[in-house]
Design a protein. Structure first.
Length: 69
C-alpha cells in the first residue's frame, strides 16, 4: 500500500500513518515535510516496523514493513 501525504500539513500525515498501520503489514509513505518525515519514521519504528528511507530533493519516502512478517 502507498499513502501519499505530500502537501498535507502536520499532524495529518501521522494520523494517516497510524490508521494505516492498524491493518497494513507493509506500507510506503510519501512526504514533502522533514518534520512529518521524522515524526512518522519515529512512530513506525516504535510500533515495531523496519523502516527504510529515501530522500529525493524535497520529497521523502518511508518504506515500512512489520518486523515479524
Amino acid at each position: 500500500m502507498t499513502l501519499d501525504a505530500r502537501g498535507i500539513s502536520c499532524p495529518e500525515p501521522l494520523i494517516m500513518l497510524k490508521q494505516a498501520l492498524k491493518t497494513e503489514k507493509e506500507l510506503t509513505l510519501l512526504l514533502d515535510s522533514k518534520n512529518a518525515f521524522e515524526n512518522c519514521q519515529d512512530f513506525a519504528e516504535k510500533q515495531g516496523f523496519a523502516v527504510e528511507t529515501e530522500k529525493d530533493g524535497d520529497e521523502y519516502k518511508l518504506h515500512m514493513k512489520a518486523k515479524n512478517e
